[in-house]
Design a protein around this ligand. Structure first.
Ligand code: AHM
Ligand code: MG
Length: 313
């Protein structure tokens, strides 16, 4: 079994990225896992910037990641789905990190799988000039998702080195991620479909047509309502498509570009899949504001092209 640290050495990624992953993010995810397991549920007294009431767990898991990242001194700034504004950390920090600490948190009470999503940007030679605004997802130097389910697993995208799957192994007093698979590729044809926002069928009948077509062609429905496990399913099975279109009540869809769609799109593209907003690659969208939303269609290339062609206005 190759642990995360040994695996990162073998990839020969730069030492700062390796430190960020191995000494900061991985321990934070292990802490988030235990925070979820010991949580008692309930809402906090606060809302996030999208006006959604925050669960105590949203706040607690956000605090874990903020704490680990701030203390690391590696991070220049961070942006979280649970924070209104960008948080400035070390002005000389090498990285800027965007994350959703606990995506799908409302599923926890039903004991369904949930996850963390993160994307890392390099602040380059002039960190003082870095802002998330104006960036594109293609500038990410790393991204990943962590699934807290029956097991804790992590998918990491290393541009140029593909996507790798890790699993958290717990021994009496230790916990470490070990490499289980990779580089992973996503087949061009989807065997599975995860149709988010099915309520869009009411005013976009063409979305229902695509879904019916996939049913008639024998694709298997796999949709949990948690984007992280739904995306992890595509990687573990090696094919699939996840869709979350816009509709009249949500003209830009629901999912956030910076915190959710960019990190996931880097994973998908690094595995040979496609991720688009319906017109262009999600990774080529410019970030105009940190809580910006976008429709997303991602996974196996042929299925993504089919749905984008059908829904294109
Ligand atoms: P959250 O960030 O508030 O948890 O919302 C994101 C989640 C995704 O995991 C999932 O794909 C989507 O919301 C499902 O939303 P809905 O059931 O409202 O269509
Ligand atoms: Mg989210």
């Amino acid at each position: 079994m190759t642990n995360l640290s040994t695996f990162l050495n073998s990839l020969k990624i730069d030492s700062r990225s390796s430190l960020l992953l191995n000494n900061v993010l991985a321990p934070a995810f292990i802490k988030i896992r235990s925070t979820i397991e010991s949580s008692k549920g309930g809402f906090s007294d606060t809302q996030n910037s999208s006006g959604e009431k925050q669960l105590k767990l949203d706040v607690a898991t956000n605090n874990v990641l903020v704490d680990f990242l701030e203390k690391s001194q590696l991070v220049h700034s961070l942006a979280s789905e649970e924070l209104d504004e960008v948080l400035k950390c070390n002005e000389r920090g090498d990285f800027a990190v965007a994350f959703d600490p606990l995506d799908g948190s409302s599923l926890v009470d039903a004991n369904m799988a949930v996850g963390t999503i993160f994307g890392v940007y390099s602040t380059g030679n002039n960190p003082e000039n870095f802002t998330f605004i104006g960036q594109k997802g293609r500038n990410q130097v790393l991204s990943g998702i962590v699934v807290y389910g029956p097991k804790t697993t992590m998918l990491l995208a290393f541009p140029g080195h593909g996507v790798h799957l890790f699993e958290l192994v717990l021994n009496n007093s230790s916990a470490e991620f070990v490499h289980v698979n990779g580089p992973i590729s996503i087949a061009q044809d989807a065997k599975y479909f995860a149709p988010g926002n099915a309520r869009a069928c009411a005013d976009r009948p063409e979305y229902l047509e695509v879904i019916n077509d996939w049913i008639n062609r024998g694709l298997t429905l796999r949709y949990s309502g948690g984007m992280v496990p739904d995306i992890a399913h595509i990687f573990v099975k090696g094919s699939g498509v996840l869709t979350y279109p816009s509709y009249s009540a949500a003209p830009n869809g629901k999912l956030r570009l910076l915190f959710e769609c960019n990190p996931i799109s880097l994973l998908i593209e690094e595995a040979g899949g496609v991720s688009a907003d319906g017109n262009i690659a999600v990774l080529d969208l410019k970030i105009n504001e940190i809580h910006q939303r976008t429709p997303i269609f991602c996974g196996s290339k042929n299925a993504v092209n089919e749905v984008c062609n059908k829904l294109r206005r």
